[in-house]
Design a protein around this ligand. Structure first.
Ligand code: GDP
Length: 410
């Protein structure tokens, strides 16, 4: 099973995020027996009849703080269908930064809402954040249904409130489920307390989400990193970012538009006939083309977009504020060219997710900007959601990276 889906759980504080994570680990047998025993002991000592699942997460958090475990920002579990990674979002700033700079990649999100409290301030902010980050697969869970006597009417009310809010920001959630994370209702098993819910359980809903299209199933993208001259051969070296490349196949070079055939695919001490996404290789071409760093080898019909202006979301990470009048460099795949920020359509505080200004001229440290970027030369790119490596970039000033960004369209 090499099928993995990364997702994030967001929601208002106390609506049950940690409890849901704890419950998922418990119901999918992902916990060490001593962990379960510890949780049971702790729950009893606090006079609880039920297990306090959130404790499992608090415990991980404790360990993380003490530096005992290295990697607890990610939680793993599996179903029969695939492996899951819950990307923890300890704070918005980190999450937004990681998503925008590509350090972590969630394919889906779970929005958790307390059935009693309904939509709250953070429910709104987090929904906004998911939308801003381009997360389209959203499962909404209405939690703590036990506190509202498993009422279908209350569920429908909260469901419609959530949907109305999502629609108002241009987002949507295809699946909404009534659950009680603490009790296990509709998590791994259909709930006997809610026979009116005919839909899937939470785990079934996760299994129905679409995973990422494997990079090698996409159209070929080979950004040229270096060109070596060996005897009379020119070897164009780079990492295959998407698709596969084969000896003898017809390829096109962007931006020149030249066409040729692949004469050989070369790897250190090997000459494979074919190489796929993730492999660092060199190719020689049948025609003597003079490729250079920054050129993109692709397939006709599967070319990235070529333009000198595009929309993006950037995460500004320099103490010196961005000023729209300044000159920067953009690096995308192996391309580098001069650029400037033409318009800052929205300036967003990454911790509160509040829109601070529309059509502004400055971005401060840790702010997100929805911007239009103009480049001096045309560059090849793709929407981040289709080919990440061609949709992600950094902005550089005086050799320092001052922002990371993703391309959202033209
Ligand atoms: P978080 O802040 O979103 O991580 O919320 P927690 O998981 O810590 O839950 C907050 C409180 O709600 C805790 O006291 C949980 O025991 C309680 N809680 C979580 N899920 C349920 C549920 O399904 N039913 C009830 N009655 N309480 C729940």
């Amino acid at each position: 099973m090499d099928n993995v889906l990364n997702f994030v759980i967001v929601g208002h504080v106390d609506h049950g995020k940690s409890t849901l994570i704890g419950r998922l680990l418990y119901d999918t047998d992902s916990l060490q027996p001593d962990r379960i025993a510890e949780m049971e002991k702790m729950s009893k000592s606090r006079g609880r009849d039920e297990n306090e699942f959130a404790y499992l997460l608090d415990h991980l958090e404790e360990e993380r703080k003490q530096g005992v475990t290295i990697d607890t920002t990610q939680v793993f579990f599996s179903t029969d269908k695939r492996h899951y990674v819950i990307i923890d979002a300890p704070g918005h700033v980190e999450f937004v930064k990681n998503m925008i700079t590509g350090a972590s990649q969630a394919e889906a999100a779970v929005l958790i809402v307390d059935a009693e409290e309904g939509v709250m301030e953070q429910t709104k902010r987090h929904s906004y954040m998911l939308n801003m980050l381009g997360l389209k697969q959203i499962i909404t869970v209405i939690n703590k249904m036990d506190l509202v006597q498993y009422s279908e009417e209350r569920f429908k009310q909260v469901q419609s409130d959530v949907q109305e809010f999502l629609a108002s920001i241009g987002a949507s959630s295809d699946i909404t489920l009534p659950i009680a994370a603490a009790k296990g209702d509709n998590i791994a098993k259909p709930s006997e307390n809610m026979p009116w819910h005919k839909g899937p359980t939470f785990l079934d809903s996760l299994d129905s989400l679409k995973g990422r299209i494997p990079a090698e199933d996409k159209s070929l993208i080979l950004p040229v990193q270096d060109v070596y001259k060996v005897d009379d051969k020119r070897i164009n070296a780079g990492r295959v970012e998407a698709g596969c490349i084969e000896q003898g196949e017809a390829v096109k070079v962007i931006p020149s538009g030249q066409k040729t055939k692949v004469q050989s695919v070369e790897k250190f001490l090997e000459e494979p006939e074919r190489a796929c996404a993730g492999e660092s290789i060199g190719i020689t071409t049948e025609d003597a083309l003079f490729l250079d760093r920054g050129d993109i080898v692709c397939r006709e019909g599967g070319e990235p977009t070529l333009a000198d202006c595009f929309r993006a979301r950037i995460f500004w990470m320099s103490k010196r504020p961005l000023d729209t009048s300044e000159r920067l460099f953009i690096r995308c795949a192996t391309q580098q060219t001069r650029c400037s920020i033409d318009t800052i359509e929205k300036r967003i505080d990454s911790s509160t997710l509040k829109v601070l200004e529309e059509n502004g001229t400055k971005l401060e440290n840790l702010e997100v900007g929805e911007v239009i970027i103009k480049t001096k030369k045309e560059i090849a790119f793709d929407d981040f959601n289709s080919t990440q490596e061609m949709g992600r970039f950094v902005l550089v000033k005086d050799e320092n990276i001052v922002a990371g960004g993703i391309i959202t369209g033209r």
